[in-house]
Design a protein around this ligand. Structure first.
Ligand code: CP
Length: 315
């Protein structure tokens, strides 16, 4: 595997889920693969789960993880090509990427959307520079439009908790005071569209995901109707794709609470975290026995480890 951004990069999902079960059962069984190998994790943005789960996955595989906090630990990096570098950014990605590549065997990159240029961000210009100029396999740790390690962990969690062969999975928009990227819902939709689930997206008008991620998913603008008979509720805020990066609604009727969960088929509640309580979801729901946000986060180690294992095997 040369890069991990999209569901197609992992290949057959049944095989990936079987491998995830093996890795979870025997996390240290592949330590020989990572012996004398190094992964550099480059963070342009904050993280708790991705940073720690990626390091833990690398350590489980016997690798040496190095974390670089860009804008904190290193020189500020210029990402635009052709600019006069007379501002506060001292180094360009064109030099930094091959240098980073020369120090490691695998690279992970977190680089959020800035909501400046939708076309450039949907072309994933930053992470694709890492793919092009590093000469090393590259993992998206949430880039401008995708968060594949999260979506893979979400799929693993659904596979573990499902009691029906084809569960109903609902992705619901929920309010948030800040404009958030579309990466998590984009990847969740991409992976659910590829999985054997009945997938529904519910959101206010204006929050439709980009067509390449929404695919053929059913879109229902009535949240209560979407929740009927659901087995899994996946809540997330995202900003508008069509009115790029804008907050169009703060309607607190969309906050997931007991009222909506009551019409589901005793659904499990999921969220990628971090979550703003009583904005996205009420305390009552996230603290209930049907909330699986912690095992979902724990599976971030498993998804990262499967991806790194595949990359080590193909070096
Ligand atoms: N879900 C997730 O990616 O969490 P962090 O932003 O804390 O890494």
């Amino acid at each position: 595997m040369k890069s991990f951004l999209h569901v197609q990069d992992i290949g057959d999902l049944g095989r990936a889920l079987a491998e995830a079960r093996e890795v979870k059962a025997s996390p240290f069984a592949w330590q020989h693969l990572g012996h004398n190998k190094t992964i550099i994790l480059v963070f342009f943005n904050s993280s708790l789960r991705t940073r720690l789960s990626s390091q833990k996955a690398a350590l489980n595989l016997g690798m040496n993880p190095i974390v670089l906090n860009v804008n904190g630990d290193s020189w500020k990096l210029e990402t635009e090509l052709g600019v006069v570098m007379d501002g506060d950014k001292s180094e360009h990605l064109r030099e930094a990427i091959p240098v980073i590549g020369s120090y490691c065997d695998i690279i992970g990159v977190r680089s959020f959307a800035q909501f400046v240029d939708r076309e450039a961000e949907y072309a994933e210009t930053i992470i694709n520079q890492f793919v092009e100029y590093s000469g090393k396999p590259v993992i998206s740790l949430e880039s401008a439009t995708v968060h594949p390690c999260q979506a893979f962990a979400d799929l693993i969690t659904i596979d573990e908790y499902k009691t029906k062969s084809r569960p109903k999975v609902v992705l619901t928009w929920a309010p948030h005071p800040r404009a958030l990227p579309q990466a998590v819902p984009n990847s969740f939709a991409e992976w659910m569209n590829a999985a054997d689930v009945d997938f529904v997206i519910t959101c206010p008008h204006g929050y439709e995901l980009a067509p390449q991620f929404a695919g053929n998913a059913r879109v229902e603008y009535d949240q209560m109707k979407a929740f009927e008979g659901a087995d899994f509720i996946y809540a997330k805020n995202w900003s508008s794709y069509s009115d790029y990066g804008k907050i169009l609604s703060m309607d607190m009727n969309w906050t997931v609470g007991a009222r909506q969960m009551a019409v589901t088929d005793n659904a499990y509640f999921m969220h990628c975290l971090p979550v703003r309580r009583n904005m996205i979801v009420t305390d009552e729901v996230i603290d209930s026995p049907r909330s699986i946000v912690i095992p979902e986060a724990a599976n971030r180690v498993v998804s990262a480890q499967v991806v790194m294992k595949r990359m080590l095997e193909s070096l």
